[in-house]
Design a protein around this ligand. Structure first.
Ligand SMILES: *[C@@H]1O[C@H](CO)[C@@H](O)[C@H](O)[C@H]1NC(C)=O
Ligand SMILES: *[C@@H]1O[C@H](CO)[C@@H](O)[C@H](O)[C@H]1NC(C)=O
Ligand SMILES: *[C@@H]1O[C@H](CO)[C@@H](O)[C@H](O)[C@H]1NC(C)=O
Ligand SMILES: *[C@@H]1O[C@H](CO)[C@@H](O)[C@H](O)[C@H]1NC(C)=O
Ligand SMILES: *[C@@H]1O[C@H](CO)[C@@H](O)[C@H](O)[C@H]1NC(C)=O
Ligand SMILES: *[C@@H]1O[C@H](CO)[C@@H](O)[C@H](O)[C@H]1NC(C)=O
Length: 518
């Protein structure tokens, strides 16, 4: 056995949650008061609220600033109301636009973004573009195949809000030839214990598969699943069975809907049950996998069975005791690559065949390090005090890498900091520099020349890393701060064509190592 396999095994030990065992800890956690959390259902591109599937979808203008976007209505009578309008980004120079939702810092959210192209732009193919969640590229949206099949597409993810706002952005990428668009968005707040064990500081969970085994044709969703998860029916060549007992879903960490325990796939007693699931090939990655099982016989002290569970031949769980109360077993970090086989093997003395009711698989998405909070506060101040900034000044200033705000350059180490702010020659900027600029402590270059900025230069004395300062050709006024001459790294200061008063401070004039234009 190689070391990498050994390590891989070490971090993949699945966790067991038995129905009754969890009741206590759930009750304990719920005793704590919890701030109010909100769910959001947004009908993108619409200026009116609509009801759909018993949910109220809101007009989207409260969640996005409309500059740089347009809305469209799909000329098709047979589409759901929430799919009949969309918002799109027609112009490549806008780069990205974000929806923002009030969130509870540290809260877990299931976010579903829904796309139906409907040939809204009269083009030949749906656009291909990027979807960004909380500053991390979540996926490339390509709805081509679904659209050909007459279907809408959705992308679902579970993510923790890392501050009081949750952001979902659309962005142009290198393959984008026409306008990125979105039809609807759902943000469901999840309970604390759901998908527990996942390190949500570092990862988000992208939904790959969620199935109710042997379900009769229909997809289970809201309101059976109050978190809006879809459980698709899954059937294979194995015998099916329906359940004779009830479970209490709330005793399971993940709060699955009760309906998924009503049917199962099984096999003859004494035999191993083999299920090829997920029913498609998946990319090589780590996955969160949860399996839901239940003894289907009438509840009795003897209605239990003991099984070993393997995935692709590796032990996933040993000697699992499944009763009529049900059981959930999960792993937060299981490696998959290609096709997957789940095998349930009964202990030799067990008089029933093994069965399985439902399963979920999520691919782990490593999150990017968001910009340091202090830098973000400064950038928000700048965005408030300067007008006519580039339209992509939305979402995180630095990440995803490649989607930093126009004019912003960042350093990505343990923490992410802004090292350069360069809006030279945009010509359109008006407004003033906020005092908090002095908090951009990693700033090396500040270039704002050739605009119509006013007001005085704020105190920049804490910017110890500052090398170049270009404020030429603006309307700045007031004195030139004496403290500039004391910045150790400063080597270039351009201040010409402004309305400054007073002389150049001696501290600056005497610095031979500074190229000064005034
Ligand atoms: C909708 O499509 C039909 C058939 O293609 C066309 O006749 C009609 O003018 C279109 N309506 C709008 C508002 O574009
Ligand atoms: C989008 O999907 C279609 C159909 O699967 C595929 O042919 C096309 O190459 C994809 N486009 C991009 C840019 O990946
Ligand atoms: C399985 O659980 C049932 C109910 O809790 C219990 O009666 C039974 O002894 C357990 N079986 C094993 C092998 O632990
Ligand atoms: C995944 O499987 C493919 C095909 O079997 C193999 O070539 C590839 O190396 C595997 N990738 C990883 C990361 O294990
Ligand atoms: C700032 O932008 C201008 C114009 O694009 C460019 O000429 C200059 O080199 C940039 N400065 C820095 C420090 O990147
Ligand atoms: C700089 O940041 C600190 C901590 O976030 C804050 O207390 C302080 O007021 C900020 N300074 C300015 C000038 O805004």
């Amino acid at each position: 056995m190689s070391i990498s396999v050994f390590l891989l095994w070490l971090v993949s030990v699945p966790l067991l949650v038995q129905g009754n065992a969890i009741i206590r800890s759930v009750a304990g956690r719920h005793a704590q008061p919890k701030p109010q959390v909100k769910d959001y259902f947004v009908n993108c591109g619409s200026n009116e609220d609509v009801d759909s599937w018993e949910l109220k979808y809101l007009a989207d203008d409260a969640f996005i600033s409309p500059q740089g976007t347009k809305t469209a209505r799909i000329n098709q009578t047979d589409v759901l109301p929430i799919l009949s309008t969309l918002r799109y980004i027609p112009d490549k120079t806008t780069k990205k636009k974000c929806y923002k939702f009030q969130a509870l810092k540290g809260g877990k959210y299931l976010v579903k973004s829904i796309f139906y192209y409907g040939n809204f732009d009269g083009g030949t193919n749906p656009p291909v573009f990027d979807l960004i969640i909380e500053g991390t590229k979540w996926s490339t949206v390509n709805t081509t195949q679904d659209y050909l099949n007459g279907l809408a597409s959705f992308y679902e993810i579970i993510v923790m809000a890392r501050d009081e706002k949750l952001s979902v952005c659309l962005a142009w990428n290198d393959h984008t030839v026409s306008s990125p668009f979105i039809s609807a968005l759902q943000v469901h707040s999840l309970n604390d214990l759901m998908y527990d064990g996942t390190n949500f500081d570092k990862y988000a969970l992208m939904t790959v598969a969620r199935h109710s085994f042997a379900a009769h044709g229909e997809t289970i969703g809201f309101p059976d699943d109050k978190f809006g998860r879809y459980w698709y029916p899954f059937i294979d060549n194995n015998p099916v069975v329906s359940s004779h007992s009830n479970v209490t879903p709330s005793v399971f960490f993940n709060n699955p809907p009760a309906k998924i325990f009503q049917t199962a796939i099984t096999t003859d007693r004494g035999k191993s049950l083999q299920v090829m699931w997920p029913p498609y090939s998946v990319p090589a990655s780590r996955y969160y996998i949860a399996l839901y099982l239940q003894d289907s016989r009438a509840p009795s002290p003897y209605s239990w069975g003991v099984f070993d569970i393997q995935i692709n031949g590796e032990t996933f769980y040993r000697q699992l005791n499944v009763t009529t109360s049900g059981a959930m077993v999960f792993s937060t970090f299981w490696p998959l690559n290609g096709t997957t086989t789940i095998t349930l093997t009964p202990r030799s003395d067990i008089p029933v065949g093994p069965l399985i009711n439902a399963a979920e698989a999520f691919q782990l998405l490593a999150l990017e390090e968001k910009t340091a909070a202090r830098d973000v506060i400064v950038m928000d101040d700048i965005a408030r005090s300067i007008q006519h900034l580039p339209l992509d000044w939305e979402g995180d200033p630095c990440v995803p890498r490649g989607n930093a705000w126009t004019g912003v350059t960042c350093r990505h180490r343990l923490t992410t900091h802004i090292v350069s702010l360069n809006l030279t020659g945009l010509g359109v900027l008006t407004g003033t520099l906020p005092k908090s600029l002095s908090n951009l402590s990693a700033l090396h270059h500040l270039w704002l020349g050739g605009n119509s900025l006013t007001g005085s230069i704020p105190d920049l004395s804490p910017l110890m890393a500052l090398e170049t300062l270009h404020l030429e050709n603006n309307q700045f006024e007031g004195p030139i701060p004496e403290s500039l001459g004391h910045l150790p790294k400063l080597r270039e200061v351009f201040l010409q064509n402004n309305k400054f008063t007073g002389d150049i401070p001696a501290s600056l004039k005497n610095r031979r190592d500074i190229l000064l234009k005034f």
